[in-house]
Design a protein around this ligand. Structure first.
Ligand SMILES: NC(=O)c1ccc[n+]([C@@H]2O[C@H](COP(=O)([O-])OP(=O)(O)OC[C@H]3O[C@@H](n4cnc5c(N)ncnc54)[C@H](O)[C@@H]3O)[C@@H](O)[C@H]2O)c1
Length: 327
C-alpha cells in the first residue's frame, strides 16, 4: 500500500491487519505518521523520485505482494492552484512509477484513490459516475488523469483495477488515526472551537434548506471498508471502473458546525463570511453503483463522525496538529 501512513490509508491498514493480511506500506512520511501503522512493514521512500518504479518492483517481488492500494498524493486544492507543476509531477509521477513497478509481477488488484473533485461544479444531483467530469483545479485534474492512467496501464498489464471517488471524508475509526491536518470543515471547526474562536460559515445564501453549503460526508471507517469490499470485488472484475464513495445523504455546513459545537459543550455562534468562488451549493453522491457492484454501503451517521473526530482531539493535540490548508 502506498501512502498507508496517512489519515485514510492507515484506517485501511488496520482493517487489513485485523483480517490477517500482511501489509507493506510505502510512504515518505511527509504527512504520514509512523505511529499509525504498527504491525505493518514500512518502506520509507519518495514514490515521485526517478528510482521509485524499480524500488516498487523489488518490494513487490520480495514480499510477494498480490494487491496494491495507491493513496500517496498531495491533496490540497488551493495549494494545487499555486503549484500546478508540482501536483502534476508528484501525483501523476508517483502513480506512473507505481504502475510501472507492478507490471509483470504477481499483483492481481489495484485500487486508486480518486476524488469527487473530478466532477467540478455540479448542477444536477445526486452526482452519478456518468455525469461529465470537469475538475476546476489542478488537484482534481491529477485525480481525473490518474483514473485514465490507471485504466490504461492496468489494462495493458492485465491487472484488475478500480478508482474510488471519495466524497467528504471525516471522523476517526480510532483516535490515534485521526486526521491531524487542519484542512476541512471538521478539522478547521474543531481547531477554532479549541482556540475559543467562532466557527466560520462561508455563505448562507446558497440554494439549500438552511442557506449553507451541503456536502456528502462519509465516515473514514466506512471509506476504509469500501476499499476492502473493492479488493474483494476486483477478483471478478476484469475491467477498470469508477465508483462514488459517499453516503448519498447531504448535510449542511451549519448542521456540521452545530453538531460539533454541541458535542464540544462550547456553543460558540458561527460567523458568516462571503461565499467562496467556485463553491457549489450542494454536492451529494449517487451511491447506487457502489452498492450494487461492490456490495458496499455506508453505515455511520453524522453524529458518529462528529463524536469520533471530537473525541480524537486530545490524541491529535498530543502529537501536534499540522497547520495546512488541504481540501
Ligand atoms: N481526505 C480526503 O478528504 C480525501 C478526499 C478525496 C480523495 N482523497 C485522496 O485520498 C488519498 C489519501 O488522503 P489522506 O487524506 O489520507 O491524505 P494524507 O496526506 O493523510 O495521506 C497521504 C499519504 O501519502 C504519503 N505521500 C504523499 N506523497 C508521497 C510520495 N510522493 N511518496 C511516498 N509517500 C507519499 C504521505 O506521507 C501520507 O502518508 C490521497 O490520494 C487523496 O488525494 C482524500
Amino acid at each position: 500500500m502506498t501512502g498507508g501512513a496517512g489519515y485514510i490509508g492507515s484506517h485501511v491498514v488496520r482493517l487489513l491487519l485485523a483480517r490477517g493480511d500482511d501489509v507493506i506500506v510505502i510512504d515518505r512520511l511527509s504527512t504520514g505518521r509512523r505511529h499509525r501503522i504498527d504491525g505493518a512493514v514500512l518502506v520509507e521512500t519518495d514514490l515521485a523520485s526517478p528510482e521509485a518504479a524499480d524500488e516498487v518492483r523489488e518490494i513487490v517481488r520480495e514480499h510477494g505482494v498480490d494487491g496494491v492500494l495507491h493513496f500517496a498524493a498531495l491533496k490540497s486544492a488551493p495549494e494545487s492552484v499555486l503549484q500546478p507543476e508540482r501536483y502534476y509531477r508528484e501525483n501523476l509521477g508517483a502513480l506512473a512509477n507505481v504502475l510501472s513497478g507492478i507490471r509483470d509481477t504477481a499483483v492481481r488488484s489495484f485500487v486508486f484513490s480518486s476524488s469527487a473533485a473530478v466532477y467540478g461544479e455540479v448542477s444536477d444531483e445526486p452526482v452519478g459516475e456518468n455525469i461529465p467530469t470537469a475538475p476546476i483545479n489542478p488537484y482534481g485534474q491529477t485525480k481525473l488523469a490518474g483514473e485514465w492512467l490507471t485504466r490504461a496501464a492496468t489494462a495493458a498489464a492485465g491487472i484488475p483495477s478500480v478508482s474510488l471517488r471519495y466524497f467528504n471524508v471525516a471522523g476517526a475509526g480510532w483516535p490515534d488515526l485521526a486526521d491531524d491536518q487542519v484542512a476541512n470543515l471538521f478539522t478547521v471547526t474543531i481547531d477554532r472551537i479549541l482556540r475559543d474562536e467562532p466557527p466560520i460559515i462561508y455563505g448562507d445564501d446558497h440554494e439549500t434548506a438552511d442557506g449553507t453549503g451541503v456536502r456528502d460526508y462519509v465516515h473514514v471507517l466506512d471509506l476504509a471498508e469500501a476499499h476492502v469490499a473493492a479488493l474483494e470485488a476486483l477478483a471478478n472484475r476484469p475491467q477498470h471502473d469508477v465508483y462514488n464513495i459517499g453516503t448519498g445523504r447531504g448535510v449542511s455546513v451549519r448542521e456540521v458546525i452545530d453538531a460539533l459545537a454541541s458535542v464540544s459543550g462550547r456553543p460558540l455562534a458561527p460567523v458568516v463570511a462571503d461565499r467562496r468562488p467556485g463553491d457549489p451549493s450542494s454536492v451529494v453522491a449517487d451511491v447506487s453503483r457502489s452498492a450494487r457492484e461492490l456490495g458496499w454501503r455506508s453505515r455511520y451517521s453524522l453524529s458518529d463522525m462528529v463524536e469520533s473526530a471530537w473525541n480524537a482531539r486530545g490524541d491529535v493535540a498530543g502529537r501536534g496538529r499540522q497547520e495546512t490548508e488541504h481540501s
